[in-house]
Design a protein around this ligand. Structure first.
Ligand code: ADP
Ligand code: MG
Length: 250
């Protein structure tokens, strides 16, 4: 286990979006979260990544309490979220988008930036090397020079993965990574997720496509109205009567 939530809760006014959720993210596995719209899945990610402050409960990363850390500190610890593809710079190249993504992690200080120190130049060189490396990993090298505006939706999804990978994360949080792509493209993104795990990265994934989840996930948590309804392997979840009734529509 690399990350643990204990009784994690988020209230928005009178609405309890996430309620007393205990969840363990297992290292080097695909940890999936499913549940109907409005179940609290994205809010759960927002709590872990420091976008929202929990109302109560705890988040432990490698045993360290990160419950109240701001988003930038959480990112520095090696927890990356994919950005929505709408956050990409459409009028910049694929390569430049990834270089900027890496720079956000290794942000140089004011002194370095003003005087363009040797350290800054070395850092820029490292950013570029890292960008080339993650473009190769995400199989985007051949379109590195193209403007993001001119590439396909599925390629944009892979650029979003590349951005997350450029920060050299330990855990990558993917919120509906295959939304809006066709079945073939979904398969190629699933392949890329498997490749990340083989590299030693831990994946935590919110997904609606049940076939993909059943094939890809090692463990699944089902959220319903903010509460954990069930947890288990894909085959356990598939057989769970309560899940079938509440979610799978059986
Ligand atoms: P999911 O990702 O499972 O579809 P969300 O986590 O986005 O669900 O939302 C869970 C509930 O919390 C929804 O009822 C949603 O309207 C509410 N919610 C999410 N974010 C906010 C917010 N920033 N302010 C108020 N309510 C929110
Ligand atoms: Mg959501």
């Amino acid at each position: 286990m690399i990350l643990q939530t204990k009784q994690l809760t988020k209230q928005f006014g009178g609405l309890v979006a996430v309620k007393n959720v205990d969840f363990n993210i297992e290292k080097r596995k695909v940890n999936a979260i499913i549940g109907p719209n409005g179940a609290g899945k994205s809010t759960f990610f927002n709590l872990i990544s420091g976008v929202h402050r929990p109302s109560s409960g705890q988040i432990l990363y490698k045993g360290e309490d990160i419950t109240h850390l701001p988003a930038n500190k959480v990112a520095e610890l090696g927890l990356a979220r994919t950005f929505q593809t709408t956050n990409l710079f459409e009028m910049a190249t694929v390569f430049d988008n990834v270089v900027v993504g890496h720079r956000l992690r290794t942000r140089s200080n004011f002194f370095d930036a003003i005087f363009r120190t040797k350290r800054l130049k070395e850092e820029e060189e490292r950013c570029k090397q890292k960008a080339l490396e993650v473009l190769k990993f995400t199989e985007l090298s051949h379109i590195g020079h193209q403007l993001v505006a001119n590439i396909s939706q599925e390629e944009k999804k892979r650029v979003a993965f590349a951005l997350a990978l450029a920060t050299e994360p330990e855990i990558v949080f993917l919120d509906e990574p295959t939304a809006g792509v066709n079945p073939d493209e979904t398969e190629s993104l699933a392949y890329l997720i498997k490749k990340m795990v083989n590299q030693g990265i831990t994946v935590c994934l919110i997904e609606h496509k049940m076939r993909m989840i059943m094939d890809l996930a090692d463990r699944i948590m089902v959220l319903n109205y903010g509460e954990k309804l069930a947890e288990g392997t894909p085959s356990e979840i598939n057989k769970n009567e309560e899940v079938i009734r509440a979610y799978l529509g059986g």
